[in-house]
Design a protein around this ligand. Structure first.
Ligand code: MG
Length: 382
């Protein structure tokens, strides 16, 4: 299918900005394909895709209506896997940085997609950082390999699909009127994730409690700076049916955070304080658990390693996401059977999802028995 005019103009200008050398793009068939390298192996395509959010999304320190995103496609011998990089602005990646990173890769040198270890070590070695860009290749490769094996990843890993948790639905910081509307919108969900960290914390919780008695979890996004006040608030939150507290204090406040976790009547979960595998060790003893997100940790392979390591350290596991399409959410959902909590609502927050995949049925993460990450393409953007 053809790119619409807006996407065409956006891509054309981005390609110019990013300097995508050797990129081959044919509008009409709309293939956007880096042709770097002469090998006959894996072929990577990618296309920028701006996510339109259903609501303005407000965190402790930012507010936005769109999220930049890049969709990827990895093909060999006529079989294609799909991936995605989602870049919330506060994480430092952008469409420019992701397209630049992906243009540097030469995956055509790999003719055996099952050599995932070699392929992903190569991708990781090209440049430091760029975790969302790396995740977009990792997810596409997992999807491709799962399709070649004709099995979904939760089965390849040996997980029981019946063990998935309920997913939380996120309520952003807003006026009481809007918060009540969002709670009504969240009717199908059994647990709500409430964003806190501004000066309206108690008002947010009281507003929600005036309309529902569902269990809540809260995400403070580093918004509290005084550990004694933080502990008082956590006790109050526990009385109000909150089950855990995510990233209550700044990620650099390690000593305060360790003290808070030691005294807290609720589990504390590291999010901003943790990105990749070595950070699990650093979070041990400082937080009760970790929030694993594919965009932070370079994808499914490292996420699986982090999960295994954290559980061996008796830490709680949350599988989270950014605002992203059903692609990355379905990839993350493959790990959900081993998670204590899931926050996999990213696809539900956007208005232009080109895929379907993992479903939320009666509030629960529900895996689909389809190969790879279990994705169906509803709108072909390649
Ligand atoms: Mg968070």
């Amino acid at each position: 299918m053809a790119l619409n005019r807006r996407s065409f103009i956006r891509y054309s200008s981005l390609a110019a900005v990013a300097g995508v050398a050797g990129t081959h793009h044919v509008f009409g068939s709309t293939k956007i394909r880096p042709t770097k390298g002469n090998g006959k192996g894996l072929s990577l395509s990618f296309v920028p895709y701006e996510l339109q959010l259903n609501h303005v999304f407000t965190l402790a320190n930012s507010s936005r209506k769109t999220t930049p995103d890049v969709l990827t496609r990895l093909e060999i011998d006529g079989v294609a896997g799909y991936g995605e990089a989602s870049m919330p602005p506060y994480l430092g990646e952008s469409i420019e940085s992701v397209t630049r990173f992906l243009s540097m890769l030469d995956l055509s040198r790999f003719s055996d997609p099952f050599q995932m270890d070699d392929i992903l070590q190569y991708v990781d070695s090209v440049m430091p950082g760029n975790t969302a860009a790396k995740a977009s290749v990792d997810i596409a490769l997992h999807d491709l390999v799962g399709k070649l094996l004709n099995q979904p990843w939760y089965k390849i890993w040996g997980y029981n699909a019946a063990n998935t948790p309920n997913t939380s639905f996120t309520i952003g910081i807003d006026t009481p009127e809007v918060v009540r509307l969002k709670v009504a919108e969240a009717a199908p969900y059994k647990i709500l994730k409430v964003k806190l960290g501004m000066n309206t914390d108690r008002e947010m919780i009281e507003t929600i409690r005036s309309v529902t008695d569902k269990p809540l979890c809260v995400d403070v996004n580093q918004g509290w700076t005084d550990r004694v006040k933080a502990l008082e608030t956590i006790h109050w939150l526990k009385e109000n049916g909150v089950v855990f507290v995510e990233q209550p204090m700044p990620k650099a406040a390690i000593d305060d955070m360790a003290w808070l976790t030691q005294h807290s009547p609720l589990p504390t979960i590291a999010d901003e304080a943790l990105q990749r595998l070595p950070d699990v060790i650093k979070a041990h003893g400082v937080y009760s658990g970790i929030n694993i997100k594919l965009m932070k940790c370079t994808g499914m392979r490292e996420a699986h390693e982090m999960l295994t390591l954290a559980q061996s350290l008796d830490m709680k596991i949350m599988i989270g996401c950014m605002t992203e399409t059903s692609c990355a959410v379905s990839a993350a959902a493959q790990l959900a059977p081993k998670a204590d909590w899931a926050d996999l609502d990213g696809n539900l927050l956007i208005a232009n999802n080109p895929y379907t995949g993992m479903q939320v049925v009666d509030g629960k993460v529900t895996l689909i028995d389809q190969p790879g990450i279990g994705l169906n393409v509803m709108k072909n953007v390649f």
